[in-house]
Design a protein around this ligand. Structure first.
Ligand SMILES: N[C@@H](CCC(=O)N[C@@H](CS)C(=O)NCC(=O)O)C(=O)O
Length: 217
C-alpha cells in the first residue's frame, strides 16, 4: 500500500484525513499543495479543484469524507465508523454538520486572522469576526453542547469520525485564536480539550503551529 495525500496542512479537510490516517497508524506521503490556481492535471483528479485528494496506486479519491470511508475500509482497525443504524446515521450527520454548517462561522477567524494577513497580506475584517462570534457561532455551540449531553464523545460515547470532523473545525478556530467560553458551554469546552489531547490531533496541531509561526502567523 502506498498512500499519497494531496493538500495543504492548514486545510481543515486535509487535517481531518491526516487525523484519520494517524488514528489508524497508516503511513503516507504528503504533498502539501495549496488549492489556489490548481493545475488542469490536478482537476482531472479532483474536478472541483479542492483539497484533499488521496492517491493509492492507480486509485484516486477526492473529498475528505470519501477518503475517510476508503481508509476505514482498507484499515478497519481501529474503527472510526459506528455500525449500529442510528449511531451510523448520527455520525454521518455530524460529519456533514461540521463540514458544511459549523465551519461557516468558525473558519472566519482563521480566514481573517491567518489567511488574510499571512497569506494574502490583506487587513483583517473585524466586522466579519464580530458577526461570526456574536451571531453565527453561539447557536452552533448551543447545539453541540446539547447533543453531547453527559457523554465524552458525540456518537455512542465512542471516539468516531463525528468527533474528528468536529475537532478539525475547532483546530482551525483555535489557529484563529478562537476559544470556547467554558462558563457558557462547559461540556463543549471539555470535549474540545479531550479531542485536542488525543495524540493524533496533538501532533498535527503542533506541526501546523510551527508551520504558521514560520510563515509569520
Ligand atoms: N467537501 C470537501 C471540502 C474541501 C474544501 O473545501 N477544501 C478547501 C480547502 S479547506 C479548498 O480546497 N478550497 C479551494 C477552492 O474552493 O477552490 C472535502 O471534505 O474534502
Amino acid at each position: 500500500m502506498s498512500l499519497k495525500l494531496i493538500g495543504a496542512h492548514i486545510s481543515p479537510f486535509v487535517r481531518k484525513v491526516r487525523v484519520v490516517l494517524a488514528e489508524k497508524s497508516l503511513s503516507y506521503e504528503h504533498d502539501p499543495m495549496v488549492p489556489f490556481g490548481v493545475s488542469d492535471e490536478y482537476k482531472l483528479m479532483h474536478p472541483l479543484g479542492k483539497v484533499p485528494t488521496l492517491v493509492d496506486g492507480d486509485k484516486v479519491i477526492p473529498d475528505s469524507s470519501a477518503i475517510s470511508i476508503y481508509l476505514e475500509k482498507i484499515q478497519p482497525d481501529p474503527s472510526l465508523y459506528p455500525s449500529e443504524a442510528y449511531d451510523a446515521a448520527r455520525a454521518a450527520w455530524f460529519e456533514e454538520y461540521a463540514d458544511s454548517g459549523l465551519i461557516t462561522g468558525m473558519i472566519v477567524l482563521f480566514q481573517e486572522r491567518v489567511l488574510r494577513p499571512v497569506f494574502f497580506k490583506q487587513e483583517t475584517d473585524e466586522a466579519k469576526i464580530e458577526t461570526a462570534m456574536n451571531e453565527t457561532i453561539p447557536p452552533q455551540f448551543d447545539y453541540v453542547e446539547r447533543e453531547l449531553g453527559d457523554n465524552d464523545w458525540l456518537v455512542g460515547n465512542r471516539f468516531s469520525i463525528a468527533d474528528i470532523a468536529i475537532g478539525t473545525v475547532f483546530a482551525s478556530y483555535a489557529h484563529g485564536q478562537g476559544e470556547v467560553d467554558a462558563e457558557r458551554w462547559p461540556r463543549l469546552a471539555a470535549y474540545v480539550d479531550r479531542i485536542f489531547a488525543r495524540p493524533s490531533f496533538k501532533a498535527i496541531i503542533e506541526e501546523e503551529k510551527a508551520i504558521l509561526k514560520g510563515m509569520g502567523g
